[in-house]
Design a protein around this ligand. Structure first.
Ligand SMILES: C[S@@+](CC[C@H](N)C(=O)[O-])C[C@H]1O[C@@H](n2cnc3c(N)ncnc32)[C@H](O)[C@@H]1O
Length: 439
């Protein structure tokens, strides 16, 4: 007979190993249909628990590891990764979740005793986690204060780009983000109706709510969609879109397509991924918005007629979304960033060929790394005399001037946009630049 809750802990340790040791993205592992069978085969309540354990463990991994290192009398034997994951899963519950302490310890001990790699360490697991329970209140603040809560490459890149703000960004990333929605119209009215906060991007920030988001007023009627406040900025940079022909080049799942259509543009939504385009079509359907949909590799796409405007929300390292995807610092690397930056440059060089003279391209992505944003755009601009930057003067409503850079691009990061509490503050890291073809 398997102890209730054991399979969830086993799945959590297994998936943690896949993320940290094999650099497998968490989203794929947790996919309801194509995800890892250890997760897929669990009951919904256990799946929710595994997700919560993994999000906490990955958000706080260096802090948890520092705590455990302090409590283990001798360093763990080299190569004892399986043991380390069992301890991390136990510690994440004891430190950050409301699992009863004794259940977290009992299940970690049981888990160790059933795994031939860990069987001989059951006494150690028991002793370390019990010590953690006794000492956590004194030790946690100490360790939080002196641990850099990210892998070294990630912190170095943040320091290089953001200086002293690097630490604020790490602190913001350790919190689960609030949910923002973009509404078709009347954001102030919807903020009131949903008890949310009206943001300067024109988005509504939801306060914590019970039950599924699909049950909130306005969802079924297609009045709004989930979109981080920062992600709503790029599509707003075109200005008046009534009747304008726009190609949305990396469109799926369609958050920005919906904004463009709702603003009155005639949109062609292009994406390489058939599955993601299916989601885009479903999303537009629910929102009662229409766009032409083209499934192709944008690098090979040569439409007959030039567009008035192009949005290129390019694939990127997504390092601006670590609040939601805390696996990213553990699964991505500087080499990935270099590769993505090259791809983005090729995409941008192609995108600017698709607009008419006087037309506009907005390039954006959710990376925090200037190699995928500021630096790449400078490189393209310096080699294409017919393309120039149109400096951004205002974003959305008043109150977002802090996000406009000296060169006139948009740069946001998770330590920006302070609201009532740290839990209700922050926004994704985004970069956006507006370029024009000379008329
Ligand atoms: C950051 S996501 C876009 C998010 C979308 N703009 C939104 O707001 O919902 C990047 C998209 O680029 C697409 N993509 C990647 N390479 C592509 C290519 N060569 N041609 C077209 N689309 C591509 C991916 O399938 C993915 O959907």
């Amino acid at each position: 007979m398997v102890k209730p809750g054991l399979e969830a802990r086993q799945a959590a340790a297994k998936l943690l190993a896949a993320v940290v040791d094999k650099k497998t993205p968490l989203d794929g592992l947790l996919d309801p249909s194509g995800g890892n069978p250890a997760f897929r085969n669990l009951e919904p309540a256990d799946q929710a628990l595994v997700r919560a354990i993994l999000l906490s463990a990955l958000r706080q991994l260096p802090v948890i590891e520092a705590m455990l290192a302090r409590l283990v009398n001798r360093p763990l034997p080299g190569g004892a990764r399986a043991l380390s994951h069992v301890l991390t899963v136990g510690a994440a519950q004891i430190l950050y979740l409301d699992t009863p302490d004794h259940a977290a310890v009992d299940l970690a001990v049981e888990q160790a005793s059933r795994d031939p790699r860990n069987r001989r360490y059951t006494a150690l697991v028991n002793a370390v986690l019990r010590r953690l329970i006794r000492e956590k209140s004194g030790l946690l603040p100490q360790m939080e204060a002196k641990t850099v809560n990210a892998p070294p490459w990630f912190y170095e890149r943040l320091q290089e780009a953001y200086g002293a703000d690097a630490d604020k960004i790490l602190a913001a990333q350790a919190l689960a983000p609030p949910i923002d929605i973009t509404v078709k119209s009347d954001p102030r009215g919807w903020a009131e109706r949903l008890g949310g906060i009206f943001l300067p991007t024109g988005s509504v920030r939801l306060r914590p709510f019970e039950g599924p988001i699909t049950q909130l007023p306005g969802f079924a009627e297609g009045e709004w969609w989930v979109q981080d406040a920062a992600a709503s900025i790029p599509a707003q940079l075109f200005g008046n879109l009534a009747g304008v022909r726009v190609a949305d080049l990396c469109a799926a799942p369609g958050g920005k397509t919906a904004q463009l259509v709702a603003a009155g543009a005639r949109v062609t939504a292009v994406d390489l991924s058939r599955n993601r385009l299916r989601r885009l079509a479903e999303n537009l359907d629910r929102l009662k918005l229409e766009a032409e949909i083209v499934q192709t590799d944008l690098l090979k796409w040569r439409p007959d007629e030039a567009f008035d405007a192009v949005l290129l929300d390019a694939p990127c390292s997504s390092t601006g979304t670590v609040r939601r995807h805390p696996d990213i610092p553990w699964t991505k690397s500087p080499a990935d960033i270099d590769k993505l930056s090259e791809l983005q440059e090729r995409m941008l060089r192609h995108a600017v060929t698709l607009i008419r003279p006087g037309g506009m391209v907005v390039f954006s992505n959710c990376s925090l790394d200037p190699r995928e944003g500021e630096n790449m755009v400078e490189r393209v601009l310096s080699s294409l005399p017919e393309i120039s930057r149109k400096p951004v003067e205002t974003i959305g409503l008043q109150g977002l001037e802090f996000a406009i850079t000296a060169s006139g691009d948009v740069r946001t990061h998770p330590a920006m946009l302070e609201c009532e509490t740290p839990q209700l503050s922050g926004m994704d890291g985004f970069f956006a630049s507006v370029l024009m073809r000379m008329g």
